[in-house]
Design a protein around this ligand. Structure first.
Ligand code: ATP
Length: 369
């Protein structure tokens, strides 16, 4: 092999290396009633500049997954597995090391910006403080960068706005300020936990635009946590569906919406409003039953009790998280093959189900045009 091809190979490898690489992440809380297994062997990979969504009902483990990445959970929590951020292992890292990583390499935005902003400081001062905490900047330099950041996140008249206090801004503007603070140090990964849930629909769309803009401008990788499939459809490249602490399906967004294979995913889609369906013309369906509280993860499909296709096997054995066969014209096998390896690192479609929906879920040629 020549030096040139070696160099090309190395570049290709670097480009395909995930910036966030999570393997077998398992989170257990100790409670008065015993151990609660909130996240069970989650695998997750995010490539540079990729937007990955995690979706699922309340209580399925989305936030716990997100918070465990950078050690944001209470100290008594047991976190097992591996979280590598740009090759550096974070599980088991010292609190001081994690403090250095947070903000600089991985940053978070949450649902309610008011509770994260300091009400007695101007937004300009808060952005300046973040910048000066991580970089050696004079006050004037930091102020200039703050104005630039507020411009990037779409705040009009930023030189005026930096003098305002949080309560003088709308909810959408406050969320934009939070995003500006989160990306002040150009983190490699931005975790956005329900970033638009508290906002009305038009404001939501603006915030999702900002997230896409950050990815395009800075190449930031973004993990979006939401219960809203509309948000996923709008902003994500790839999506992971979580149920009761486990990932049950992952695919590109287009593939997941066109051919949901897990019965839980199909239920979520049926329960979500679709564009073009006007109020009163399309009846949304509920998924019967509740997400189980998992004191111990059972050796079974956790969705079996709510699943329309469950068989005896589903209650006695957990299905592997397996890739679907590429050959679409053939019917899917009754059961995915065992031992298919680690999680959603590629664009392939994976599902943890003994009876995936298969051909029934695929649109006809005409529909898919
Ligand atoms: N500190 C804690 N101690 C004990 N259990 C916890 C703790 N934090 C979360 N849990 C439990 O972990 C499970 C997953 O919670 P998580 O917040 O990740 O759900 P979620 O999918 O993000 O839902 P939501 O959208 O409502 O926040 C839930 O059963 C929750 O009660």
């Amino acid at each position: 092999m020549t030096a040139t091809t070696d160099a090309v190979d190395a570049t290709a490898q670097l480009e395909s290396r995930p910036v966030l690489d999570v393997n077998g992440l398992t989170v257990t809380f100790r409670t008065e009633v015993g151990s609660v297994s909130a996240v069970d062997h989650v695998d997750l990979r995010v490539a540079p500049g990729e937007i990955v969504g995690i979706v699922g009902e309340s209580g399925c483990g989305k936030s716990v997954t997100a918070m465990s990445l950078a050690g944001l959970l209470p100290r008594s929590t047991r976190v097992e597995g591996s979280v590598r951020l740009d090759g550096v292992e974070l599980v088991g890292a010292k609190p001081s090391a994690l403090r250095g990583v947070r903000g600089r390499d991985i940053a978070y935005i949450f649902q309610e910006p008011m509770s994260s902003l300091n009400p007695v400081l101007t937004v300009g001062r808060q952005v300046v403080e973040v910048l000066q905490a991580h970089e050696r900047l004079s006050r004037r330099e930091a102020l200039e960068q703050a104005v630039e950041l507020l411009t990037v996140v779409g705040i009009p008249s930023p030189r005026e706005r930096i003098k305002h206090y949080p309560h003088q801004l709308s909810g959408g503007m406050r969320q934009r300020v939070m995003i500006a603070m989160a990306v002040a140090c150009r983190p490699k990964v931005l975790v956005a936990d329900e970033p638009t849930t508290a906002l009305d629909v038009t404001v939501q769309a603006g915030i999702l635009d900002v997230l896409r803009g950050l990815r395009d401008r800075f190449g930031t990788s973004i993990l979006v946590i939401t219960h809203d499939l509309g948000v996923i459809a709008d902003v994500a490249d790839r999506v992971m569906v979580m149920y009761a602490g486990r990932v049950v399906e992952s695919a590109t967004v287009h593939e997941l919406f066109a051919r949901p294979q897990h019965h839980y995913t199909a239920g979520l889609l049926a329960a979500s409003p679709r564009p073009g369906h006007h109020a009163g013309t399309h009846r949304l369906q509920e998924i019967p039953g509740l997400v189980p509280v998992l004191e111990v993860q059972p050796d079974a499909c956790t969705f079996a009790d709510r699943c329309p296709a469950a068989s005896e096997r589903c209650s006695t054995s957990a299905p592997p998280f397996a890739a679907l066969p590429d050959a679409l014209p053939d019917a899917l096998p009754d059961a995915p093959s065992e031992g298919s390896g680690a999680g959603p690192c590629t664009t392939e479609h994976r599902v943890a189900c003994w009876h995936p929906r298969g051909e029934a879920a695929r649109p006809t040629r005409q529909e898919s045009r």
